[in-house]
Design a binder for this molecule. Structure first.
Ligand code: 5GP
Length: 116
């Protein structure tokens, strides 16, 4: 399905600062960080373009793994106790630019609510 810039990062065709990887998931620093810690956590499969493509029957294990990875990364990067924010943008109004499911992990600074 959808070939995106993230497919190239997964195949290591373009560089990224990887902070976590296993068979199913890759996590790397956002190229345009909005916080001291800004990580993108993505499934290696490109079959899910957006949260609206998630089917719990097919993807529940993968989604659990995304959250496991987020918790591990937050600990490893020292923001687990201070707090962090996980964001999944879905579609144009949310500002989704890359149509390969990804979770943003923000941390290392105080954040506002509601987000802009
Ligand atoms: P979205 O707006 O789709 O939720 O987020 C896409 C994110 O991907 C943006 O925060 C953007 O900075 C990041 N991004 C886009 N291209 C690249 C890239 O080539 N490398 C990295 N590391 N991040 C990227």
């Amino acid at each position: 399905m959808g070939e995106t810039i993230f497919s190239k990062i997964i195949r290591k065709e373009i560089p990224a600062q990887i902070v976590f990887e296993n068979d199913d998931i890759l996590a790397f620093r956002d190229i345009n960080p909005q916080a001291p810690v800004h990580i993108l956590i993505i499934p290696k499969t490109s079959e899910i373009e957006s949260t609206r493509d998630i089917d719990s029957k097919k993807h529940s294990q993968l989604l659990g793994s995304l959250f496991d990875a987020a918790n591990k990364i937050a600990k490893d990067l020292g923001v687990s106790e201070t707090g962090f924010r996980l964001i999944l943008n879905c579609g144009p109004d949310a500002g989704q630019e890359v149509y390969h499911l990804h979770m943003h992990l923000f941390g290392g600074r105080k954040m506002n609510w509601p987000p802009g």
